[in-house]
Design a protein around this ligand. Structure first.
Ligand code: PLP
Length: 386
């Protein structure tokens, strides 16, 4: 049967874009580029989920999420992010940030519309826009600027089809944290050109070297035109429990609801109770986690310094964007070769757009002793190449 004629244009546009996933761990292979945190969620999250199961919580919840969770999210946004959100109208609990960003783009983009984003960027935004018949326009940043967007470049990329700016900070894959001054400039551009800002803040707790996470919606005049996306995947290591949220003016939430309902009806109920515990209990358990990630970050940096490879000093998220241009290989060639010869897994920098060519995404998510073993193999591999 010729399947092609049965597939929608939408399906054709993203066909094959994910590649093949190996679901069984391959012995000897060390993944030094994974986006999944290696620590478990804190015990109070599991306790709350166990309690929810014991109480027989298995039914649909309110489409927008259980009231306790929406109240906890609103309190967190006020306390930590300086964002005012009404728990009854301005918050939608989702199955992870992934759903949140898809329903956000579904709400904003028509066929042929554009969303701009500083690039290298999180690749899912490209696929989502493609599915919708729109385009994610990557606005290139450079290693020299630490992959920080030059607001003038963003402004120059605006066309009559531009509907939104996607601002991810801290950024995946570059680890760049946008300064308050840059955020203010992006906000000014959004106001002047009447655009919506999609602020993906899922790495907010991963900041180093005194870098400060700033929430776009907290800036003067930005609340009404900002859709804030967040999740429990990175902040509480609940990646498989699929829990996230959108905070936005009520009209946007109302517009998103049919998309959320069509795909999910509601976020997983047991996870929602875990989410309440995550937001209402202290976060002191995270301090040693961040300390350990910082230790790994320093180990990565000293390894790279030792072998003479460049990188952009990562200020946030848990990635190190490594400059492999001296090897003469492209990102894709490098990733293939190091997997075959040193049994190490990385993401090519190009996964987040062409501006990442010549770079690979390394991560801080591998525990000792595999982490150190991986670094040793990396060193030996590079020494053999240069
Ligand atoms: N946004 C960014 C920038 C990400 O890096 C990821 C996952 O790695 C997501 C969203 C998706 O997160 P979630 O697991 O909450 O769906």
């Amino acid at each position: 049967m010729n399947i092609d004629k049965h597939l929608s244009d939408r399906a054709q546009r993203v066909r094959g874009s994910l590649g093949k996933q190996t679901s069984v761990p391959i012995p000897g292979l060390i993944n030094l580029g994974s986006g999944t945190p290696d620590f478990p969620p804190p015990p109070h999250v599991f306790d709350a989920m166990r309690k929810a199961i014991d109480e027989g919580k298995a039914q649909y919840t309110a489409w927008t999420g259980i009231p306790e969770l929406r109240a906890a999210i609103a309190a967190k946004l006020k306390r930590e992010n300086g964002i005012d959100a009404d728990p009854d109208s301005d918050i939608l609990v989702t199955s992870g940030a992934q759903e949140a960003l898809m329903i956000t783009l579904m709400t904003l983009l028509n066929d042929g519309d554009h969303a701009l984003t500083p690039s290298p960027h999180y690749d899912e935004y490209t696929r989502d826009a493609n599915i919708l018949g729109g385009t994610l326009i990557p606005v290139a940043t450079t290693p020299e600027s630490g992959f920080t967007i030059n607001p003038a470049d963003l402004e120059a990329a605006i066309t009559p089809r531009t509907k939104a700016i996607v601002a991810v900070s801290p950024n995946n894959p570059t680890g760049t944290v946008l300064s308050e001054a840059t955020m203010i400039e992006i906000g000014r551009i959004a106001v002047e050109h009447d655009l919506i800002v999609v602020a993906d803040e899922i790495y907010e707790y991963y900041v180093f070297d005194g870098a400060k996470h700033v929430s776009m919606a907290s800036l003067p005049g930005m609340r009404e035109r900002t859709i804030t996306i967040n999740s429990f995947s990175k902040s509480v290591a609940m990646t498989g429990l699929r829990l996230g949220y959108v905070a936005a003016p009520a009209e946007f939430i109302e517009a998103m609801l049919p998309f959320h309902h069509a795909m999910m009806i509601c976020a997983p109920v047991v996870s929602q109770y875990g989410g309440v515990a995550a937001l209402t209990q202290p976060r002191d358990w995270f301090e040693p986690v961040l300390f350990e990630y910082d230790r790994r970050r320093h180990l990565w940096m000293s390894t790279l310094n030792e072998i003479g490879l460049g990188y952009t000093r990562p200020q946030g998220a848990y990635y190190v964007f490594v400059d492999i241009r001296p090897t003469g290989l492209t990102s894709a060639e490098f990733v293939k070769k190091i997997r075959e010869e040193a049994r190490l897994v990385f993401q090519p920098g190009t996964i987040g757009g062409g501006a990442g060519e010549g770079f690979i995404r390394a991560a801080l998510t591998k525990a000792s002793p595999e982490f150190e073993e991986g670094l040793e193999r990396f060193k030996a591999f590079i020494k053999g190449l240069l």
